[in-house]
Design a protein around this ligand. Structure first.
Ligand code: HEC
Length: 151
């Protein structure tokens, strides 16, 4: 009787195991999608700013300040998607992110600081100041990509 019970427990455990790992995989997949979506949206606004700075769009200070505020918000969102194990899957994230956690967080914070500066530069209505701030923000993007994103 006892051994049948054990056998039943074992087969129950075997049934549960794969579904647990599927749930884990789904969580990771969701996390990767989440961070990529935030980055993609961020890039949309940043590209618009770069086009403005390059003279391909008229400088609408109010619009640019609104865009910068959107990036400010978006720059808070990707990081929760960098969950453990998510260096695997449909991603270009390097696993250094998890080994150099502090550096990654520092770069993320730097982006937020630089983005706030873009908002106030846009609000000032001074295109030159806006251009310089956008340049610094893009440096923050690139610095992190060089260190933590595969080409
Ligand atoms: C602290 C690090 C860091 C900063 C700062 C950063 N990124 Fe990224 N970015 C990454 C990583 C890591 C990936 C790879 C994500 C993945 O593939 O899972 C990425 C991916 C992307 C992608 C590709 C998304 C996709 O769908 O594959 C875009 C676009 C992007 N970043 C734009 C930006 C822009 C624009 C900025 C600055 C405004 C920025 N990033 C700032 C780390 C960063």
């Amino acid at each position: 009787m006892k051994s049948i019970f054990k056998l039943l427990m074992l087969s129950a455990a075997l049934l549960v195991l794969p579904s647990l790992s599927n749930a884990q995989d789904r969580k990771i997949e969701q996390a990767i999608k989440h961070r990529k979506a935030a980055f993609t949206l961020m890039a949309t606004y940043v590209n618009r700013m770069v086009q403005t700075v390059d003279g391909h769009r008229p400088f609408d200070a109010k619009q640019m300040a609104q865009d910068a505020k959107a990036v400010e918000l978006l720059s808070k969102l990707p990081w929760e998607g960098f969950v453990e194990g998510s260096e695997r899957g449909d991603t270009r994230a390097k696993d250094d992110i998890w080994f150099e956690d502090e550096k990654f967080k520092r770069y993320a914070t730097d982006l937020q600081v630089k983005t706030i500066a873009v908002t106030s530069a846009a609000e000032s209505g001074d295109l030159k100041r806006f251009g310089a701030a956008v340049g610094q923000m893009r440096d923050a993007c690139n610095t992190c990509h060089k260190a933590f994103r595969k080409d």
